[in-house]
Write a protein that binds this ligand. Structure first.
Ligand code: SF4
Ligand code: SF4
Length: 110
């Protein structure tokens, strides 16, 4: 089972920003515009990640138990590139840090 399905910590710890052209009000964009706010002229971010406590507006479920992304197929590049620690031998200390914030065990084998 994908460990992210029982985690969600990174979706509730970091600001999730990305190129503003990834939203669906631009041709080729997929991220739902209504779930996004403008950071500046070139960057947007997921609503809910601009204020504390941080929690992405697309995150469904209970962190550390059972979660999913409501826009999984339309999530921004930032999320697609954020691999869980250890996935494909990935070194991702931010994953472990997010998990630790929510009292979850690290996934790294390093
Ligand atoms: S913190 Fe790591 S394990 Fe948890 S949802 Fe994010 S990538 Fe997945
Ligand atoms: S868009 Fe989905 S994967 Fe990205 S931070 Fe929000 S809930 Fe997590």
């Amino acid at each position: 089972m994908n460990p992210c399905m029982r985690c969600g910590a990174c979706c509730a710890l970091f600001r999730v920003s990305f190129d503003c052209h990834e939203t669906d009000n631009f041709r080729g964009g997929v991220v739902p515009f209504h779930l996004v706010f403008a950071l500046n002229g070139t960057r947007s971010a997921m609503k809910g990640t601009e204020k504390r406590p941080i929690r992405c507006a697309a995150l469904i479920g209970i962190i550390g138990m059972s979660v999913h992304c409501a826009i999984y197929d339309r999530r921004p590049t930032t999320c697609r590139q954020f691999l869980s620690a250890g996935e494909n031998n990935t070194f991702n200390p931010l994953c472990d840090r997010a998990r630790a914030t929510y009292g979850l065990m690290p996934l790294s084998n390093f």
